[in-house]
Structures are given as structure tokens and as C-alpha cells.
Ligand binder design. Structure first.
Ligand code: URA
Length: 220
């Protein structure tokens, strides 16, 4: 975003604040991928670590940017950081993260560090609630840029929030899982979120089938 435009925008927001306006709808540029973001992952990370585009920036302890191999064919996208991720500043390091790591290492038979792991939103929503549409759309340019940089062959959408914000489709995960979908610049497969699997262990056999499909698709 141009510096002058940024300064004018900030001035306008300050005037609105002085007038007592506490909330405005997300500004057009932030709604879709119209932010000018760097093509370098480290530069992108620096921007994201300083992000204050939505209210999650007020309650977060740490920003949780994606991690892993930026040259990987395989990217996992979760919903949002939880308490452990917010403490540590890394994605999927709590109980759900331990399960995801096992799924990658014990079923796909590849090290966790060989894939790229990120989330739809990079800051923890209070009480682990689902991110609002405004929060997800504010953060979406960052996710789209991560996808553009990593250029994965296959994205695994972990749960309905990731699936929805990647495809715009509201079909329940139970109906879309297990199929490889063509997203033009990459393929996508949706599967159950590891937190859901922790609460519903009987769904693990379906998640296992999804992992076998991923393995076959990527020739692992
Ligand atoms: N759940 C998510 O969706 N992402 C994390 O990083 C951790 C838990």
C-alpha cells in the first residue's frame, strides 16, 4: 500500500475515532487480496508479526505465522492459533498439533518440517471461538500470499473454517472430505480438524483414509 494512501487512511480513522466511532466495516482493500505484500516469506512474516488490522491484535499474546518448508508440495491450513500457539508463537504445537504431527510423521511418513503449516487467522480468537468473517477476511491476504510463495501442489484444509475460506463453499466437511478438488493453481483436500478428531475419535478412520489419498496423490 502506498505510504500517502496509508497516512490518509490513518488520518481518516483518527477523525472517526475522535467523533466517537468505535467500529467500521473492514475497508475494501483489506477484504480481498488487494494489499501489496512482499513475495519474500521473511518480509511477509515481519509484516504479519506487526499486524493490527483486526481486534484479535488487542487480545493476542503472539502472532502465529506459518512455518515449515516453503518449497513443500504440501501445505496444511488450520483455523486459528489456540492457547499453546498463542504462548509459543508457532502453529499447531498444542494437543491438536501433536495429533497433526503424528498424522504427518506416522501416516504420511515424512517429517513435519518437510511440509508447510499455517492458519486462516494468525492470532488467537478469545476463548478459542471461531474467527469472525471480518477477522478471517482481514487475514486472508496473508494466507493467499503464503500460498503464492510456497506454491503447494496440494493444500489440506483442516476443518470447515479452512475449507470455507479457501473455497467459499459452505458444504459440511463430512460431505466434502475425501475428494481432491481442483483449485486451478493447486489441488485441495478437506479433512477433519485434529481438534475435532480429539473430540470424536471415531472419525479418525476417515481422516486416515484422507491421509492415504494425500500420500497416493503426492507419491509419498
Ligand atoms: N488449531 C488450529 O486450527 N491451528 C493451530 O495452530 C492450533 C490449533
Amino acid at each position: 500500500m502506498k505510504k500517502l494512501y496509508k497516512a490518509l487512511l490513518l488520518k481518516k480513522l483518527l477523525v472517526l475515532k475522535e467523533l466517537g466511532v468505535e467500529y467500521i466495516e473492514p475497508i475494501e482493500e483489506f477484504k480481498e487480496n488487494k494489499l501489496e505484500l512482499p513475495d519474500n516469506i521473511e518480509e511477509l512474516r515481519k509484516i504479519v508479526l506487526n499486524c493490527h488490522l483486526c481486534d484479535l491484535s488487542k487480545s493476542r499474546k503472539r502472532v502465529v505465522f506459518g512455518e515449515g518448508n516453503i518449497k513443500s508440495n504440501l501445505m496444511f491450513v488450520g483455523e486459528a492459533p489456540g492457547a499453546s500457539e498463542d504462548e509459543i508463537g508457532r502453529p499447531f504445537v498444542g494437543r491438536a498439533g501433536q495429533l497433526l504431527t503424528k498424522m504427518i510423521e506416522n501416516v504420511l511418513n515424512i517429517p513435519r518440517s518437510s511440509v508447510y503449516i499455517t492458519n486462516v487467522v494468525k492470532c488467537r480468537p478469545p476463548n478459542n471461538r471461531t474467527p469472525t468473517k471480518e477477522e478471517a477476511l482481514s487475514c486472508k491476504p496473508y494466507l493467499l500470499k503464503e500460498i503464492e510463495i510456497v506454491k503447494p501442489k496440494l493444500i489440506v484444509a483442516l476443518g470447515s473454517t479452512a475449507y470455507y475460506y479457501l473455497t467459499g463453499d459452505k458444504t459440511p466437511i463430512s460431505q466434502v472430505r475425501g475428494h481432491i478438488i481442483d483449485m486451478k493453481s493447486y489441488k485441495l483436500i478437506a479433512t477433519y480438524h485434529p481438534s475435532y478428531l480429539l473430540r470424536n475419535p471415531s472419525a479418525k478412520k476417515e481422516a486416515y483414509k484422507d491421509l492415504l489419498l494425500i500420500k497416493e496423490f503426492l507419491g509419498l
